[in-house]
Structure formats: C-alpha cells, structure tokens
Ligand binder design. Structure first.
Ligand code: ZN
Length: 397
C-alpha cells in the first residue's frame, strides 16, 4: 500500500466527503484570527489520524519540515490551538460528522439487507484532581470527601451495518444524568441524520429507563435494551418463565452454539407506557465450554423480527464498546485532557470521533476498491508515516 498520504487524505476529506465548505467555515469563535480556522481544524484531525493528538504534538507537526506534506499551510503554537478549541462551534462539527455518516448511507457503504442501528452508551473520560470546568463531576469517598473530578459523556454510533461509525457525543456534568444526556443525544442525532436513517437503538441496562425508551419511540425508533436487575419485576418474571422451559431456537454463531428463549407478553413496569414487553434470553456456548448469557427487552414485534435477527441486534451493542470507546481511548487518547475547558473537551471528543469515522470510511471502503486487500488501521497508520518521508511530488489524486 504505497498510496495513502496525509495530502491524499486531505483531498479525500474535502472532495469525496465534501467537507471543503465546512473546513473553510467551521464556526470559528475567535475575534481576530491570524491562522485560518480550517488550518487548525485540519491539524487537529490529522493529529488524531496520525495518533499524535496532544496540542504540543500537533504544534510539532505544524512546525516540522513535513508541514507541506501534511497539508498544513502555516505553522502555529499550542496556545493558538487552545484558544481556537475553546471557541470552536461544536454544533457545526456535529452536523459535519452527521453529513459524513449520512453520505456513507447514501453511497451504500453499509452492508446490504441489514437493519441500521444506533448504539448509545456512556463512559468516563478524563480525570482531574482539581475542579476546572463546568463539566467536572466530583467523585467522593465513603466519608464524602472529594477525591477528584471525572468527566462523563454519552456516545452514539452507527452499528449493525458492517461499519461502526461513531457520530456524536453529549457530555453530562454535575446534576445531570446518563439517561437525560442519552435522550438529548438521541434527539439531536435524529435531527441531524433524519428520521428514517436508522431502524433501532441498542443500549445497555443503565439506559433502559422509561423516559429514554419513550424518547426512542417518539423518534420512530425501535429499542433493543439489555434487561438487568435494575428492572427487578420484569427480570425475575423472565427468569422464572424461561429457566423452566427448553429453548425455542438453536443456531450457530461463528463457532458458537446459541440457544434462544423469546416471548412477547410480559407486563411492562409501572412507568413504561408499552402494552406488553417482549423479552429475549440467549445462552451462547463457546467451543471451550464457557457460556455467555443475557436478557434483552424490545418493542420489535415478533412478526417483524425473529429471535435470530434480534440476537444479532443485541450483539451489535458491543460495537460501541469495542470500536467506539476502546479505540477512542486506546488509540485516540480521549481520556487525555488537552485543555481543561468544557468546550475544548467536547471538541476534542468530537474530533476523535471524526477521525475514527473518516479513517474507517477511507480504509474499509475507499482504499478497499478493486483488488486491494483491506488494510488494518495499524497498517494505514504506518503507511501514512512512511509516506511522509518520500519526496513530495505533484499530487492530483
Ligand atoms: Zn472539568
């Protein structure tokens, strides 16, 4: 793979993904900017893609002899990045990311015949011993003393389509909650992506609250939610019924054997306005003898979605854990606070998501045309770095 260079990535982002207008006017909140906003935003995104995302590292890239090959037009300092990130419009960045994801669907980047899901989940990102921004949530020890301050966010990602594309985050600070932030995030994502973009939302037990489920229903989405002890009556009713019966369906899942129990006539809990609740229970037997099992609840009618499809939709929740949080934390450093300021934090998280989404579309769909092999993200990263040292030639790709 000789092709990919940062300059070709810039061409891909501005021409194929049509983000040129966005980079020219991304909602710069600075009063008298010396360095164009598009230069700084591209440098932040490229820093993520090259996994050198601290402001010092981005400054070093912009001051290096490779600056021309990086398509960064002018050098700048890390203080310029801090001032810029604190004032950049997060809503415009979210819209640009939604447009990229929307265009991926229009260009048929998703596996055909699959229902498009949106996974929503919360996580902690960034610890500080001192309070420094409006998003700082104090963490107490049992004696009620403050140990430090954590930052929390809820992420939303396209799942179930063969491409995991994280597309927005919503922070939740003190006095706020994961499910309230999840509801805001879901409403905004549907406003940006359109009502018919996805068919279902998949969430863990923490978000399986009546208000969140009602929000999803109001937005025209079916819900697939993990059922745990936090809904004790439904959980024990499902256990009592299913554990005394043989499975209804058994099928293969890779090398595993999956047994499924499925019934759609459970009573809703008090706050839930559904008439009945459908519950699915699966037991997944792995070749080494280990067994994984879980309960899920849904409002998908049995006539519309069978137990096997429902099992796959439940499993799609892992995409936000593995290709969302794990990659964002391990490779894109979202737990590192570059500038302790509420807007800067949100911008850093969104730029990391944009890097994940653009990298996947570029690597798995754009480069993977014709006879090319699919490159791993580590291979792409290495090629981008190696190609920085090649002589700079006229590039019209
Ligand atoms: Zn803070």
């Amino acid at each position: 793979m000789n092709g990919p260079t940062p300059r070709r990535l810039w061409n891909y982002v501005t021409r194929r993904l049509r983000l040129r207008d966005y980079f020219q006017d991304p909602g710069d909140g600075r009063r008298q900017p010396q360095i164009p906003a598009g230069v700084l935003l591209w440098a932040l995104l490229l820093g993520q893609l090259l996994r050198r995302s601290s402001f010092h590292a981005v400054e070093a890239l912009a001051r290096s002899s490779a600056r021309v090959r990086l398509a960064i037009h002018v050098p700048f300092g890390d203080d310029t990045l801090r001032y810029f990130a604190a004032r950049l419009d997060a809503q415009r960045l979210r819209q640009a990311l939604a447009e990229v994801v929307h265009r991926a669907k229009r260009n048929k980047a998703f596996d055909p015949g699959r229902r498009i899901g949106l996974a929503v989940d919360g996580t902690g990102a960034g610890w500080r011993t001192r309070q420094g921004c409006t998003l700082c949530r104090p963490k107490h020890n049992p004696e009620e003393q403050i140990l430090g301050y954590q930052h929390h966010l809820v992420m939303i990602s396209v799942v179930g389509t063969g491409l995991t594309l994280p597309c927005d985050v919503e922070p939740y600070g003190p006095g706020d909650s994961e499910y309230a932030a999840g509801g805001r995030l879901l409403r905004r994502a549907i406003a940006n992506l359109g009502k018919r973009f996805a068919q279902y939302v998949v969430v863990d037990g923490g978000l399986a609250t009546a208000p969140f489920l009602h929000t999803a229903g109001d937005l025209g989405l079916r819900i697939v939610a993990r059922l745990k002890e936090n809904l004790p009556e439904l959980f024990s009713a499902a256990q009592q019924r299913f554990l005394s019966q043989p499975p209804q369906v058994v099928f293969g899942y890779g090398k595993d054997r999956v047994e499924v129990w499925d019934a759609d006539d459970f009573d809703p809990w008090m706050a839930l306005r559904w008439e009945t609740v459908r519950v699915l229970f699966y037991r997944q037997h792995k070749p080494d003898g280990t067994v994984v099992q879980a309960y899920w609840l849904t409002d998908f009618p049995a006539a519309e979605v069978g137990p096997q499809s429902l099992f796959h939709m439940a499993k799609s929740r892992w995409e936000i854990e593995n290709q969302g949080f794990n990659e964002a934390k391990n490779h894109h450093d979202i737990e590192h606070i570059r500038h302790h300021h509420a807007n800067s934090l949100v911008i850093a998280w969104l730029v990391a998501l944009m890097a994940l989404t653009i990298e996947r579309l570029y690597r798995l769909r754009y480069l993977h045309r014709g006879r090319h092999r699919v490159a791993s993200s580590a291979q792409l990263l290495l090629t981008l770095w190696l190609n920085l040292s090649r002589p700079c030639t006229a590039d019209s790709s």
